[in-house]
Ligand binder design. Structure first.
Ligand SMILES: CCCCCCCCCCCCCCCC(=O)SCCNC(=O)CCNC(=O)[C@H](O)C(C)(C)COP(=O)(O)OP(=O)(O)OC[C@H]1O[C@@H](n2cnc3c(N)ncnc32)[C@H](O)[C@@H]1OP(=O)(O)O
Length: 246
């Protein structure tokens, strides 16, 4: 599971870079090409909420059962609060980028009328006009960050089983299965995003920023002492990642 975790960002990059080529081979009239489809409305548009729920439901029992410490468990859960801040701040950044790079237009018979007095997307759209700016794909960003977060957090399960020295109970296996299912759904919805939506560069930039946020947290900040710590950190002291019990 650690080699999957280590290379998973390369898989995500390949999906986003080469996935759009699939648009020439798939049915363009599928329900998944419709932005009102059930999975987009009920899941992706609350993607971080669902990821928090499932990953939190995984971290809580693993961290508390392995350490018995409420504080250490909360410290591991605080990675979800960091992700919530990343979700919120990224949304604000993408709105800023779209406003700074855009202009407000009104279609007229012989072209487009530029409405210079409307300086941001919300006031432009509110008055019934069209805003054209650089619209970074929030879906590509969010789905990339959620996939990478799930892969990092779930990789701990292997060490949890080793430390336990026995099969996981039914509830734990169910929680792991739910997280695996959510990861599969996020992968599928990311494929739909890269095949059916957005301009190419908008998806690339969104996924690249999602990967950067994952790298800066899981591969950099979480390795430092003053941080929520990496998944599994301080939980399986009897079985450090290198050592395998005979
Ligand atoms: C030390 C002690 C500490 C203790 C510490 C304890 C901690 C204890 C735990 C804490 C835990 C924290 C708990 C926080 C809990 C929350 O954070 S709750 C927050 C929940 N909120 C969310 O999850 C929202 C996530 N979703 C979003 O932000 C947005 O929907 C998204 C995903 C970014 C997408 O936004 P968007 O503007 O639609 O994105 P965009 O990609 O530009 O889409 C453009 C169009 O393409 C369409 N499209 C793109 N891809 C697709 C697709 N695949 N299918 C269909 N349509 C698509 C879109 O639907 C959209 O069309 P319209 O709907 O606009 O017509």
């Amino acid at each position: 599971s650690s080699c999957v975790r280590r290379g998973y960002h390369l898989w995500i990059a390949a999906v986003v870079i080469f996935g759009p080529l699939l648009q020439y081979y798939v049915n363009p009239r599928t329900i998944f090409a419709n932005h009102r489809n059930f999975f987009n409305i009920k899941f992706v548009q609350s993607a971080w909420g669902w990821t928090c729920l499932f990953v939190g439901g995984f971290i809580l029992p693993v961290a508390y059962c392995a350490s018995g410490s409420i504080l250490l468990t909360l410290r591991h859960l605080s990675r979800l609060a960091v992700g919530a801040a990343i979700w919120f701040l990224s949304g604000q950044l993408f709105i800023l980028i779209e406003n700074v790079t855009g202009s407000c237009y009104q279609p007229v018979p012989d072209g487009l009328l530029l409405l210079g007095h409307l300086q941001d997307k919300s006031s432009c759209v509110r008055e019934g006009h069209r805003w054209h700016g650089y619209d970074v794909s929030g879906h590509a960003f969010m789905l990339t960050y959620c996939c990478l977060t799930l892969s990092e957090e779930m990789a701990v399960f292997h060490r949890y089983l080793t430390a336990r020295g026995a099969e996981a109970g039914v509830p734990m296996r169910l929680i792991f299965l739910l997280n695996t299912t959510l990861l599969a759904l996020w992968n599928f919805m990311l494929f739909c995003t890269v095949i059916y939506f957005h301009e190419y560069s908008h998806k690339i930039v969104g996924a690249a920023l999602g990967t950067l946020c994952w790298h800066l947290t899981y591969r950099y900040w979480y390795r430092s002492h003053w941080s929520p710590g990496r998944p599994g950190h301080g939980l399986f002291l009897k079985f450090p990642e290198k050592q395998k019990p005979n």
